[in-house]
Design a protein around this ligand. Sequence first.
Ligand SMILES: [Zn+2]
Ligand SMILES: [Zn+2]
Length: 298
Amino acid sequence: MTRFERYANLTAVALPFAAFLAAIVLLWGGAVDGVDLGILAVFYVFTALGITVGFHRLLTHRAFDAPKPVMYAFAILGSMTVQGPVIDWVADHRKHHAHPDQEGDPHSPHGHGGMVRGLIYAHMGWLLDTQGQAAKRQYARDLLEDRGLKTISKLFGLWVALGLLIPFAAGLAITGTLAGGLTGLLWGGLVRVFLIHHVTWSINSVCHVFGTRRFQTDDHSGNVFWLALPSLGEAWHHNHHAFPRSAHHGLRKSELDPSGWVILALERVGLARQVVRISPELQERREREGRGEHAVAA
Ligand SMILES: [Zn+2]
Ligand SMILES: [Zn+2]
C-alpha cells in the first residue's frame, strides 16, 4: 500500500469520527432537529443498500442479476459510503471468501496475537495494510470487463463528493438556510459515513469473533442478531459464509434481513432476475452436517 493510500484512508477514518463527535455535542446542546435526522436516515438507508445489495450481494457474489442501470445506480450509491472504489471492494471481498480466516484473508481478526488486537486489525487496521490490494485481474476480472463499472470505479472521488454535496443541498432546500445546509452535510454526509463505516467493519471484526453458528464452515463467522438491523441484514454473516451466493442472508423468518427484502421487491417489479435461493432441504442437510450427523438417510 502506498503512503498516499494510507494517508487517504486515515483521513477517511478520522474526519467522519471528528464530525461524529461534533454532532454529539450539537445533539447534546439541542441544536439538532428532525430535518437533520431525517436526512441522516434517508441517506443512511440508500447508500448502505449500495454496499449490501449492490457491492456485496449483486457485484461480489452475483446473488441475483439486474439490468445495467440498476447495477450502476447501486454501485454509485455504495461508492458514497467511502469504502474505496467498487472494483477494489469486490476484489478484497472475494479474496476474503477465498481464504476466510486463513493466510491471505485481507481482514481476518484471527492470527494477530490475541482477540483485542485481532478485532482492531479486522475493524480498521487492515485499512492501513491490505485494503484495496487484492489482485483485481484475479478476483474481479468480470467487473474490469464492464466499461460502465470501470468508469464508476475510477470516478470514486466524484461519488464521495456527491455523497456530501447532496445532503448539504437537501438541508439547504428544506430549511432555506445555510445553517440547515451545513447540518445536513454534517448528519447526512459525515455522520452517516461514520456510522456505515463502523457497521460495515463490524461485519469483518465482530461477526468473525462472536455470534452463533449452525453450519459447518471453514471459518469463524457468526450470526450477530443485534447488528442485523443497522447492517441491513449483513450480520447473518455465518449464514452468508455457509451460502455465499444466497440473496438472503437471513434464512429464517426471525432473521431480519432488510437487504433481502429489497431484492425481493426488486424482483417483484422485474428489476432483479435469477435471484439465488437456498432450499429448506439444503439448509437442513447442511445443519445436520454442522451437528456432525453425516450422510444419514433423510
Ligand atoms: Zn466474512
Ligand atoms: Zn460476502
